[in-house]
Structure formats: C-alpha cells, structure tokens
Design a protein around this ligand. Structure first.
Ligand SMILES: NC(=O)c1ncn([C@@H]2O[C@H](COP(=O)(O)O)[C@@H](O)[C@H]2O)c1NC=O
Length: 510
C-alpha cells in the first residue's frame, strides 16, 4: 500500500516538484484546497483532505484538516498494536509525512494599514496543529515546515539516511517554528512590556567565525520583526563580515549618534565607549573634532557618521586604520577612496530614531534582565543650578552635550567636553575620581579646554571630583545630584568659584 503524505502549504514554492518526487517514491499525496488545486493543475495525482475526512472544509477555511481522521493518522504510534488496531477499526490510514507551512502572520502584521481582522484571519490553526502532531510523533512521522528542507529530505530518503536523529531534528524545527509563530501572535495581541512568560522571537542572521574571543562560538540573531533603526537593517557594501565585537561596538555607536540628529556628527567608538564625538556644520569638521578628541584611541575604531560621506571626509578617514565606517550613504568618490583598503567594512544604514518601545536584554547566569531604554535626551531646561556661580549660555549648551555623551560611557563615567566635541572620556573606573582624573588628563592638552565642562553620569559621593576638576581649570560641572553629600560638592564649587548644575537624572551604563 502507498504511504500517505499530507501537503498543505501557504508558500507553494517548490511544492509541485516535491509532490512529484514523493509520488515517484510511492507516496499518495493528500492536500488542502489551494495546494490541491496547484498540484492537480500540474499533474500530481493528489487527493483532497475531504476524501479522507468525508467532511467539507468550512468556516472560510478555519476548519480543513482539524479532523480526527487526519490527526489520528498522524499521531498513531506504529509500534503500538492498540493504536494500530484502533486505526484499522476506523479505517484510518497512517500519515507518514506532513509538509506544512503556515499562514503568513508576520508578513501580514508588517503590512502598512493591516486591519485587526486580517491579522486574526492569518493566524493559522490547522497548520500548527498538524506540525505539532507530526513533531510529537516524530519517531514515525516526517515533519517538514521549511521549503529549503524538501530536497534534503528526498536525498536522505534515496540514501536511506532517515535516521531517528534526522526525525528529531525536524520535529524540533517544527516546534521552534510554532513557538516562534505563537510568540509573535501573543506580542501582536497585547505587546505587554514585561509578560509573565517572556517569549522573544529572533531569527538567525549568520553563524559567526567566533564570539568575543576566538575560543567562543557565536551566532548573530535579529528580531523577527526588527526595529527600523538597527544594524540588522544595514547594508554592507565592502569588507569582510562583521565580528561579534564589531556588531556590539557598531550598535553602541548607533545609539550614541542618535542623540545628535540635527547636526553633522561623527562618533568614533572603541570597546563600547565613545572615544571621540564631534558635531559641526559640516561632516569634515565633525570628523576632525572626533579625531582630535583622541587621535590614539580612534585607531582601529568604529566610525559612525550621520550624513553622506563626501570625498574630503573619506580622504581624511582613509589616512588612518579604521575597522568600520557606517553612514547613510557614501558618494561614489568617497566610496572609491575608502574601498581601497581591503579590510575596512563600509556599511550604509538609514538613520532614524531609536524605537521608543524597544527593550534591552542582558543575560545573567540562569536568567535575563529586561529594561526599557535610557532614551532621556538631556536639555538645559532639565537642569537646576545649585552653585552661586551661574553657567554661561555656552556652558549650559556644553553641559547638555556632555550629559548626552556621558550616558553612553561605561560607568563610572566622566566626560570633559565643549558644546560640540569631546575632549576627554574617563570610562569604566571603579571609583568616580579615577574616571575624573582620566577624563581631565586626556582633555587638558586639547584645543578648547579653556571652554570645557565636565559631566558625570551619576552623583558625586564626595567633593573630591569637584575639587579636582576646579583645580584643573574646569569652570562648569553637571551631575545628577542625589548624594547625601551633595552639599559638600556644592560648597566646594562655591569655594572654588565654579558653576555646578544638577540634572536630576542618573545615566548609569554598566
Ligand atoms: N483550518 C485548517 O484546518 C487548516 N489546515 C491547514 N491549514 C493551513 O492552510 C494552508 C494551506 O491552504 P491551501 O492549501 O488551501 O492553500 C497552510 O498554510 C496550512 O497551514 C489550515 N488553515 C488554518 O488554520
């Protein structure tokens, strides 16, 4: 007797060829409405699901394969005599292969202007039920849900390589498929921020050569429905594939530059911290500022620019070694100059704002922390002057610039900036005074230090940072405030005659 294969495919790519190959291997194909029509039109001698169920498809296709004669055929354990006796008592034939791909729920909800009705109708019920049934009974049944697996199955069939490992692999793939499908539906229905069961859906972009270090394995995944402003939507024009560390750094740089959409801006970043940020009226000047901020650290850095890269800027960048350059576009001449280096990665990306509804996840041993993003953009209007000396208008602008930079620097974070560029970045020290010393030490020799301000991502636990900064020529400081020793810092600012401003908001980045 012929074996039964049930084919029910929304995406009908390759389905006719596959069905013909099954027929040639002594399968009788059973199929649902649209799939059946396609198969019959193309010469496959398929039979309708209704011929098995003796029950007409109903409710606009909501019920087609949801029938005991189908599910018993899939679920019966072939080595269980009771199951097999029950099947034959009902005259039900076992179904040995289930090939299903689902209604396009994701593509439907991504369509602009999609209605709720359309979305709901694109929730597949019968398909996942068959996939799950076949996957549960994978020791006896082959379950295929990916168009790309058809040929592999046929090859294995011919080579007699349909071992239990392969059956299990397909079963796991089917369960992952239905789990991911359901997760998207649940998110669509409520988009709860912190649901009791966190079911995130990510799709593999690629396996990576290695992870953070060469002895670590890694892969890159993107959100099933990825945020618009994201590296996942970037286009690589030149250079070898991004590494694990490249992706993290590039992502960090994209977050920084999103603070400065209104002016040509260049962010240079190394090891997750900005080493130079410049904003100016044109990209070339912005590049020069970012470069001058730290001409040593920028070597091998990640550069993000928020305007089209022109020839002059490209020539400057070309003169040093850079890992990655990301911009909205490159002029042809700029591209030609930069692409002379084989290894530099050139990437284009449409700039935009960071998704306000997005979340950041970080794994901990045995768990994960989820939070919404620190998208608080600092403005002078948020600040409260707590010293006797008032900051000048330029200093206020610089204090806001500094706060918007320091929030992207690893804590304890201190930056010294003007109102357009960073001069010194003190990142990731275990105490605040060390970060202060590093930032000032880097900034002091630079042009513009006479106008520099200092910004801190969190409050000063004592007055030592204010004292150190003031004694090294800093005239205005911004910090969130909130320490029980705030008054000591205020007194020190007053004693040394500088401006101290509280922003009221901490910007830790661990
Ligand atoms: N309702 C059912 O019993 C049912 N059985 C299979 N489907 C889906 O119907 C689609 C194929 O339909 P058609 O062959 O009519 O084009 C597949 O995506 C399959 O997953 C169903 N549709 C939705 O639930």
């Amino acid at each position: 007797m012929k074996k039964l294969a049930l084919l029910s495919a929304y995406d009908k790519t390759g389905i006719v060829e596959f069905a013909k190959k099954l027929e040639a291997r002594n399968f009788q194909v059973i199929s649902t409405g649209g799939t059946l029509k396609k198969l019959l039109d193309n010469g496959v001698k398929a039979i309708a699901v209704e011929d098995i169920t003796n029950f007409q498809e109903m409710l606009d296709g909501r019920v087609k394969t949801l029938h005991p004669r189908i599910h018993a055929g899939i679920l019966a354990k072939r080595d269980n005599p009771v199951h097999m006796k029950q099947l034959s008592a009902e005259n039900i034939q076992p179904i040995d292969l289930v090939c299903v791909n689902l209604y396009p729920f994701k593509a439907t909800i991504e369509k602009p202007g999609v209605t709720d009705d359309e979305a709901i109708e694109n929730i597949d019920i019968g398909g996942p039920s068959m996939l799950r049934a076949a996957a549960k009974n994978s020791q006896d049944v082959i379950v295929l849900t990916d168009v790309n697996d058809y040929d592999d199955y046929i090859e294995r069939y011919d080579d007699n390589k349909l071992d239990s490992k392969y059956h299990r692999h397909l079963a796991a793939k089917a369960f992952r498929q239905t789990a991911a499908y359901d997760a998207l539906i649940a998110k669509y229905l409520t988009n709860e921020e912190f649901p009791d069961k966190l079911t995130l859906t990510y799709e593999k972009v690629e396996n990576m050569r290695y992870g953070e270090n060469s002895h670590q394995q890694a892969a890159y995944y993107k959100q099933a429905i990825s945020e618009k402003y994201s590296l996942a939507n970037a286009k690589q024009l030149h250079g070898k594939a991004l590494s694990y560390n490249n992706i993290r750094d590039a992502d960090a740089a994209l977050r920084v530059i999103a603070e400065f959409p209104n002016q040509p801006t260049v962010v240079a970043l190394k090891h997750m911290n900005p080493c130079g940020i410049g904003t100016a009226n044109n990209l070339l000047d912005a590049w020069q500022e970012a470069f001058d901020a730290d001409p040593i650290s920028i070597f091998g850095g990640i550069i993000v620019l928020n305007r089209e890269v022109d020839l002059a800027t490209a020539q400057k960048m070309h003169s040093i070694f850079l890992e990655i350059v990301i911009a909205p576009s490159f002029t042809d001449e700029a591209y030609d100059v930069l692409a002379k280096k084989k290894n530099i990665r050139l990437i284009t990306l449409s700039f935009g704002s960071i998704d306000q509804n997005g979340h950041d996840e970080v794994s901990v041993l045995g768990g994960m922390l989820v939070q919404n993003r620190d998208l608080l953009h600092e403005e002078p209007a948020n600040f409260k002057v707590v010293s006797k000396v008032n900051p000048t208008a330029d200093q206020l602008k610089a204090l806001a610039f500094g706060q918007n930079v320091v929030k992207h620097v690893k804590s304890n974070a201190i930056v010294v900036t003007t109102d357009t560029k960073t001069l010194g970045v003190g990142a990731g020290q275990m105490n605040r005074i060390d970060s202060t010393k590093i930032a000032i030490d880097k900034a002091q020799p630079k042009a513009g230090y006479d106008k520099a301000i200092l910004a801190s991502d969190a409050f000063f636990p004592m007055d030592d940072c204010v004292e150190f900064a003031a004694k090294h020529g800093i005239k205005a400081i911004v910090e969130p405030g909130g320490s029980i020793k705030d008054q000591a810092s205020i007194d020190k600012a007053n004693e040394l005659g500088i401006a101290l401003v509280f922003s009221g908001k901490r910007h830790f980045k661990h």
